[in-house]
Design a protein around this ligand. Structure first.
Ligand SMILES: N[C@@H](CCC(=O)N[C@@H](CS)C(=O)NCC(=O)O)C(=O)O
Length: 219
């Protein structure tokens, strides 16, 4: 089970969720940095029809879409489990992974994270303040709901971290590097405590943007 390959762009929150899941499972992998400018060209196009990252490869098996990759890893590497055994908690995990894809990334991190971090750091662009301001109502709505779902639990689906925590933490740790993090969390201390808890996990520490940049340089 050691021939796992993850194609991603250092810094990608979706890519980080895959890397962190592999780290939680203590599974070795090779990292292949994707050139952002050549995402829609061969050879990457043959791996991912939509030119997005991450893409996972294991032998002749190629898989993209982060949720599919995480659930596949959970099936082939069941220990330690990252899915609650309780059916309702497992359903909550699935729901939160959907929230992460549809509401936290789309229109929130894809705007605020892009204009604050990706554009300035990778593309030399100035932040589009109007676009960021326009994304804030949606961001508040998503943060309010994640805060409600977390409640007083240590993790999003209960007492143990799940795939949902890894997916959401990868997105939230991105947003935590922006000035918008403070207004989004000032009334939501449980989310701040939860992200600190997640960032204390070795799987999050070894997959920080800086660590993945170093990994990409070494391969
Ligand atoms: N639904 C995809 C989304 C992946 C995604 O959007 N990744 C971002 C990087 S975090 C990307 O590839 N962005 C490039 C683009 O927007 O074209 C998944 O779950 O893997």
């Amino acid at each position: 089970m050691s021939d796992f390959v993850v194609h991603s762009i250092p810094g990608s929150p979706f890519g980080r969720a895959v890397l962190a899941t592999l780290a939680e499972k203590s599974a070795p992998y090779r990292f292949r940095a994707v050139n952002p400018q050549a995402r829609h060209e061969e050879p990457y196009r043959s791996l991912n029809a939509f030119g997005r990252v991450p893409t996972f490869e294991h032998g002749d098996f190629v898989l993209y879409e982060t949720q599919a990759i995480l659930r596949h890893l959970e099936r082939i590497l069941p220990a330690p489990p990252l899915t609650p055994s309780d059916p309702r908690q497992a359903a909550r995990m699935d729901q939160i992974m959907g929230i992460c894809d549809w509401y936290l990334y789309q229109g929130v991190n894809s705007v605020i994270g892009f204009h604050r971090l990706v554009g300035p750091r990778l593309l030399g662009l100035a932040p589009d303040e109007a676009a960021i301001a326009a994304a804030m109502p949606r961001a508040h709505r998503v943060f309010a709901e994640l805060s409600r779902l977390l409640g007083a639990q240590p993790y999003l689906t209960g007492i143990a971290a799940s795939l949902a925590d890894l997916m959401v933490a990868a997105q939230m740790d991105f947003l935590a590097q922006t000035p918008e993090w403070t207004p989004l969390t000032q009334e939501r201390a449980n989310l701040v405590g939860w992200l600190e808890r997640m960032n204390g996990r070795p799987s999050m520490q070894v997959t920080s943007w800086e660590r993945v940049v170093a990994l990409a340089r070494a391969t």
